[in-house]
Design a protein around this ligand. Structure first.
Ligand code: NAD
Ligand code: 6OD
Length: 480
């Protein structure tokens, strides 16, 4: 899969003069391709193309036409399903089953959901009466929504197509044009998406794609661009801060989905087997490289030892897991494994790089790891690792459990495990997080609000929340 920029309805040729950087297979560290690095002029051309499409063919579309276009994009992804799975697996090293059951179906689902959500949005209207007004004082007020304009979409490497389309679909649905920059680590499914959008027959410039790095490169050229009307970003909290500083210059609105240090709270009355299996999924799916993954587990003291022993055993059993995205990320995760020991942790499972005796030994793997024994203020308990690791600590009361779960600069997601319905209703809304799952994890309904509090984000996406962000309400007042 050869990554390419897609600007104004055409793929830009990768000629010998194009600056490129290597695409690395995280499974064995080999170089599998070259990715073009967008110069500032390429980003400018993409923004220009997006502006022209907004003032032209895409800007003139009706909601019905946009809905049909989004369904056609979904059809085109479906028609290339295997190629999308191959590309996602190749870029990330994630298990094929994960890409085939989550990443690519969800990307299709994102387009279908917003194609359908375009309808049935109630808008406000008021019959107004202002006594003493010099005219009739009678008016009809109603609200119309119009697109924000040219939207920059910047996405990370962990769920490359899922998270890119999570923003591109509602942005297009609301009538905006898009310039997207995927992570430099995972350019392939984004390029295939441009092919699918091209085949779906969207007007030139409605969707544009540039590849490249973030800092002082394509990402920053895009987010600091004076003709970009909104920025939708998913990635690290520190990157969000950097982008916000740039956005401040033009007062560009932002929607941010950022980092997490998510807590699981397991009460003694929980179905412990379900809580263990749920925590295996929430801590180790995609080797912990999902922003929603659990890194802090709090278990009521009477079941603590039992839970630690069961989760440790399950972590040691895991064999079919993928690598970290890069050597740098592997090194970061391993540095946290070492730090945890320096901070006094007991390593219940994992704690190092595995040895497979095959080509994966050249890749970027780390073992699924379970830790105990750290104080709440330890860096390993407070900082996002973004790897397959969780720390387990005991608690004695419901009050303490809530306090520990909330003792974090992050607030993205949490899970609560209990059979006591009243307790579930009591505890869930007290946790500082945008999403609280009870007796499950990552069960998604695309109409629900998605996002985080504190350092985990700004705003909410999903359902009408995304359509609201990507559009501007205009009040029309007609005297009658
Ligand atoms: P990252 O912040 O390093 O990069 C994300 C994207 O931003 C990439 O495309 C990158 O090139 C670009 N970028 C980097 N610096 C930039 C700059 N100065 N200006 C403009 N663009 C810039 O994140 P990552 O390492 O790709 O992803 C992992 C992080 O993302 C973790 O912190 C994880 O928690 C977070 N994440 C959050 C969510 C969520 O929904 N809250 C989802 C997925 C990942
Ligand atoms: O499921 C989603 O819609 C979503 N935005 C997931 C984010 C996962 C973070 O890695």
């Amino acid at each position: 899969m050869q990554a390419a920029h897609y600007v104004g309805g055409a793929f830009l040729p990768n000629d010998p003069a194009t600056t490129t950087f290597p695409l690395v297979d995280p499974v064995d560290g080999s170089t599998v391709g070259q990715v073009p690095e967008a110069a500032r002029e390429t980003v400018d051309a993409a923004v220009r193309a997006a502006r022209e499409a907004l003032d032209g063919a895409w800007g003139a579309t009706s909601p019905e036409e946009r809905s049909a276009a989004l369904h056609r994009i979904a059809d085109e992804i479906q028609a290339r399903f295997d190629a999308f799975v191959d590309a996602e697996v190749s870029d990330t090293g994630k298990p094929r089953e994960l890409a085939a059951t989550v990443d690519i179906p969800r990307a299709i689902g994102n387009f279908r959901a917003y194609a359908d959500l375009l309808y049935g949005r109630p808008e406000q209207s008021y019959s107004t009466s202002v006594p003493g007004w010099s005219g009739s004082g009678q008016a009809l007020n109603y609200t119309v929504r119009r697109p924000l304009g040219v939207v920059a979409v910047i996405s990370p490497w962990n769920l490359p197509l899922l998270l890119l389309t999570w923003k591109v679909a509602p942005a297009l649905a609301a009538g905006n044009t898009v310039v997207a920059k995927p992570s430099e680590e995972t350019p392939s499914t984004a390029t295939l998406l441009a092919e699918a959008i091209d085949a779906a027959g969207l007007p030139a410039g409605a969707f544009n794609l540039v590849h490249g790095h973030g800092t002082n490169a394509a990402g920053a050229f895009l987010t600091s661009h004076p003709d970009v009307d909104a920025i939708a970003f998913t990635g690290e909290s520190a990157t969000g801060s950097a982008i916000m500083r740039e956005a401040a210059n033009h007062l560009t609105p932002v929607s941010f989905e950022l980092g997490g240090k998510n807590a699981a709270v397991i009460f003694a009355d929980a179905d412990l087997e379900a809580a263990v299996e749920g925590t295996v999924r929430s801590a180790f799916t995609h080797s912990g490289q999902i922003c929603l993954c659990t890194e802090r587990v709090y278990v009521e003291r009477s079941r603590y030892e039992e839970f630690v022993s069961l989760l440790g055993a399950r972590a040691r059993e895991l064999t079919d897991y993928g690598p970290m995205i890069s050597a740098a990320h592997r090194d970061k995760v391993l540095s946290y494994y070492r730090l945890a020991v320096e901070e006094g942790a007991t390593v219940v499972a994992g704690g190092k790089a595995p040895h497979f005796g095959d080509r994966r030994d050249e890749g970027f793997y780390v073992e699924p790891t379970v830790l105990t024994g750290l104080p709440q203020h330890a860096r390993t308990v407070q900082e996002e690792v973004f790897g397959p690791v969780c720390h387990i600590a005991p608690f004695d009361t419901e009050e303490e459990a809530v306090r520990l779960a909330n003792d974090s600069r992050y607030g993205l997601a949490a899970t609560v495990w209990t059979r006591d319905l009243s307790r579930a209703h009591r505890v869930a809304p007290r946790i500082d997080a945008g999403i609280v799952w009870v007796n499950c994890w990552n069960l998604r309904d695309l109409r629900t609000p998605f996002g985080g509090v504190k350092d985990s984000g700004i705003g909410r996406e999903g359902g009408t929340y995304s359509l609201d962000f990507f559009s501007e309400p205009v009040n029309v007042c007609i005297q009658v």
